[in-house]
Structure formats: C-alpha cells, structure tokens
Ligand binder design. Structure first.
Ligand SMILES: NC(=O)c1ccc[n+]([C@@H]2O[C@H](COP(=O)([O-])OP(=O)(O)OC[C@H]3O[C@@H](n4cnc5c(N)ncnc54)[C@H](OP(=O)(O)O)[C@@H]3O)[C@@H](O)[C@H]2O)c1
Length: 207
C-alpha cells in the first residue's frame, strides 16, 4: 500500500489532528469488575475452551457481551446459556469473506465495541518435514490473518471514539522454543509481532 516508510508515517500522522477528546473512562487500563461493567466486549471462538470461559467471566460482571463462533447452531446449549444471562451470540468466522458484514452486525447490538478479544485459533502439530503446508496456511489464515482482519475492521470504530482495548491471545510457544508445533508457534510469533507494532501505533488514539 505504501512505497516508503515515510509515506506510511505521513498517512499515520494525518489521523492525529482528528482525535476526538478522550473521555476519562478510556484511561482505565486495569481490568476490574467496574471497568468490565461499563464496556462492550466481543470475543471470537466462544464455542469452547478459553473463549467460552472468558464469556462467562465477562457475563459475571456485565451483560455487554457479544460472544461469537463460526456456527452457533452447533452449540445451542451454549448460546442459550450466554443469551439467558444477558449476552448476545452472533455468527463470526474470522476467515470469512463476509467478515465486514458480521462485524457491522456486531456493532449494531450495543452501538459500540470497547474490547475486542481475538481468541479464535487452533494448532496443528507434527514434525516440520511432515506438515502439509496447506494445513499450515489454513492455520495462519485463522490465527494470524483472521486476527489482523478483525482488528483492522474495528480500529476505525475505536479510533473514532478515542478508546478501545484489543487483546490478542498468543501462546507460550511464541516466547520459548517448542518442538512439534513449529507452524503453530510461527503463527503466534506473528501475532506477537503484530501486537507489538499495533500497540505502538494506536496508543496515541487511546487504544
Ligand atoms: N489450549 C491451550 O493450551 C492454549 C495455549 C496457548 C494458547 N492458546 C490459544 O488460546 C486460544 C483458544 O484456544 P482453546 O484451547 O480455547 O481452543 P478451542 O477450545 O479449540 O477453541 C478454539 C475456538 O476457536 C474457534 N475458531 C476456530 N476457527 C475459527 C474461525 N475461522 N473463526 C472464528 N472462530 C474460530 C472455534 O470455534 P468454532 O469452531 O465453533 O467456530 C473455537 O471456539 C487460541 O488462540 C489458542 O491458540 C491455547
């Protein structure tokens, strides 16, 4: 998109004069029950594991939760649990070509999103020699590109409001070497690098 770093930087600083005044609530950086209570959360990959547990934790303090999974009809009991506790469950596939419409639907629920938790992800294992590269690419499509696309889609909303929090779920294999999960580890290293750069780029917007 940009020919030089200077071009990218010039584009970046164009945003600065447009910063709206930042409400004091945007400066909450420690997750407390009070801060959860005020904020609208969206979480990816809620049909099991960490995503589901995060949903329950958010709902314990607030009803402002949008839980998502690729196919909610596969887990009707979980949708019922979350929605009867006041949350909302929407279909969202981070690799989908209609992701922007799914994000638009999510934004309509409460008119805003304050906290994005990029949790959706999976691992493939095996010795490097044997892993099918197409499987590796599919995993990157969810673990890295899905996270990146969803982040891109919500950044204008957060920047416009002058606040927001983005949490990218990484892995211990992105900070120390582990055998048999090289491609998964690589995808999470990518998440780490992206997240570091993102943080440096958007903190000026209160994100
Ligand atoms: N488990 C661990 O030991 C561990 C350790 C470190 C980090 N992590 C990370 O923590 C996160 C959650 O892991 P977990 O162990 O809780 O995994 P999990 O139980 O397998 O849950 C993964 C979730 O990701 C969703 N998902 C997969 N592909 C998706 C896509 N294209 N779009 C949207 N959602 C998608 C799945 O939902 P559907 O298939 O229903 O759509 C599922 O709800 C992952 O990012 C993982 O890499 C896990």
């Amino acid at each position: 998109m940009y020919q030089t770093l200077q071009e990218a930087f010039n584009r970046f600083i164009q945003f600065l004069p447009n910063l709206p005044p930042q409400p004091s609530s945007c400066y909450v950086s420690v997750v407390s029950l009070e801060s959860i209570h005020q904020k609208v959360y969206i979480i990816t990959g809620c049909s099991s594991g960490l995503g589901l547990h995060l949903c329950r934790a958010v709902l314990a303090a607030s009803r402002l939760l949008i839980a998502t999974s690729r196919n909610p009809s596969k887990t009707p009991e979980l949708v019922e649990e979350i929605e009867s506790a006041g949350g909302t469950w929407l279909p969202l596939d981070v690799t989908s070509t209609i992701l922007q419409f799914q994000v638009a639907a999510a934004l309509q629920v409460h008119g805003q999103i304050d906290v994005l938790i990029n949790n959706a992800g999976f691992a493939i294992g095996g010795v490097i020699e044997d892993v099918d590269l197409d499987d590796g690419r599919r995993m990157f499509e969810t673990n890295f590109w899905g996270m990146a696309r969803l982040t891109q889609l919500l950044l204008p909303h957060m920047r416009g409001r002058g606040c927001g929090t983005i949490v990218n779920i990484s892995s211990g294999s992105a900070v120390k070497r582990m055998q048999l999960i090289a491609f998964y580890s690589a995808s999470k290293f990518a998440v780490e690098g992206f997240t570091e750069a993102l943080s440096a780029e958007v903190e000026v917007f209160g994100i």
